[in-house]
Design a protein around this ligand. Structure first.
Ligand code: 8X3
Length: 246
């Protein structure tokens, strides 16, 4: 019997790449989708999956992803996303906000819309949207990102209502502080010192594997079990601003 099929967006690094590895270990053929072709090709070769170059914010690129996936899909992990900047609203850059809405909300919608028929056709599809604790609260300087991640959560909840009679489950995995190679580096436009300061002194932030493990667990429950949302934080992060540092 053919392996079940999974698509992971943003699979070139961090949580996306780790999720592709975990799903492959769980027996899935994984379509690794991201913009950076060299990275997804290396990952696909490593895990016996497929690399499909995709920019989730580009409609044609998403249509090509859907064509590459074909008529049946078991799992979609909408992981592509990210934060750009940490400016207070009074100094906000509208372009940064647009880019965040584009990738965290519109990109997720475009991929979901394109792959939904294949998820329905599998008879037991699962969509796991990678949200954030930033979709549940706010913090200074974070409005552009928290607004976008609240959007991710709103779309997830809406989908669950709209698809209530369809054989597709809708979940959100919402991580707090996760130390990955790129999340904070991208946010601070390559400023390594600022990126490192986010995790400074935190004994054990989450790593991409922790979140990938959670996503894989959510995706592999029996078909009648919908994990609506799973919030995952390091023990050191009791709340967004209450982080144990040594
Ligand atoms: C990442 C969590 O705290 O940087 O999604 O907004 S935070």
């Amino acid at each position: 019997m053919a392996s079940p099929l999974a698509v992971v967006t943003g699979a070139s690094s961090g949580i996306g790449a780790a999720t592709a590895r975990h799903l492959a270990r769980a027996g899935y053929e994984v379509v690794c989708a991201a913009r950076r072709t060299d990275r997804i090709e290396a990952l696909a070769a490593e895990i016996g999956g497929r690399a499909v170059p995709c920019d989730v914010t580009d409609a044609d690129s998403v249509a090509a992803l859907a064509a590459a996936v074909g008529p049946r899909l078991d799992v979609l992990v909408n992981n592509a996303g990210g934060a750009f900047g940490l400016s207070p609203v009074a100094e906000a850059d509208p372009d940064e906000w647009r880019r965040m809405y584009d990738v965290n909300v519109i990109g997720l919608m475009q991929v979901t819309r394109a792959l939904l028929p294949a998820l329905v056709a599998s008879g037991a599809g699962v969509i796991v949207n990678v949200g954030s604790t930033a979709g549940r609260l706010t913090y200074e300087g974070g409005a552009g990102y928290t607004a976008a991640k609240h959007g991710t959560r709103a779309v997830t909840q809406t989908l669950r209502l709209e698809l209530f009679d369809q054989p597709v489950r809708i979940s959100e995995v919402a991580p707090g502080m996760v130390r990955t190679d790129e999340f904070s580096l991208v946010r601070f436009e390559g400023d390594q010192e600022r990126a490192d300061a986010v995790y400074a002194g935190v004994p054990d932030p989450l790593v991409a594997d922790d979140v990938a493990d959670a996503i894989t667990w959510v995706a592999t429950r029996p078909p009648h079990v919908n994990i609506d949302e799973l919030v995952i934080k390091p023990r050191a992060q009791a709340a967004q601003h209450k982080v144990h540092r040594i």
